[in-house]
Ligand binder design. Structure first.
Ligand SMILES: [Zn+2]
Length: 147
């Protein structure tokens, strides 16, 4: 409902005057009473195109494999390995000394039984954890067997 001159001015300023164009990706600030209803219909359509999976199929499989391994490890290692200040003594978590990326999630050689206190400290102070031998540095290339 703008006049020709207003439209021209808005075009010049880069403002779009027509509000009902379905293609625009940005959700516009609601101005009228009917705006929220329009917004929800846009939101309902969104996931079809733009939703990002929480985890890949591969990772989901690794997580499924990890759970029984984790349980077994904690059963066999009931005492916290890290023994940092504030240690509760009982292991409830698995500290991944080399990280959890990719296959490392399942690499039992790098598992350390940890209580929540020590696990938190080791994660937050990775440099000290590496110095204490509780973590491995993530820097540098992984060593491959040379033949
Ligand atoms: Zn502990």
């Amino acid at each position: 409902m703008s006049t020709y001159l207003e439209m021209r001015r808005d075009l010049k300023n880069g403002i779009r005057t027509d509000t009902n164009r379905p293609k625009s990706g940005d959700v516009q600030k609601s101005e009228g009473k009917d705006a929220p209803a329009k917004k929800t219909s846009q939101e309902a359509k969104k996931p079809v195109r733009g939703k990002i999976k929480r985890e890949s199929k591969k990772r989901a499989k690794q997580n499924r494999q990890y759970k029984p391994i984790q349980r077994k490890f904690l059963r066999e290692n009931p005492v916290c390995d890290l023994k940092l200040p504030g240690c509760t003594g009982n292991s409830t978590q698995v500290h991944h000394a080399a990280g959890r990326e990719n296959d490392r999630l399942l690499r039992v050689e790098d598992f350390k039984a940890a209580c929540s206190n020590c696990h938190k400290i080791a994660t937050e102070h990775s440099r000290q954890a590496i110095a204490a031998g509780n973590s491995k540095t993530r820097l540098g290339k992984p060593k491959k067997p040379t033949i």
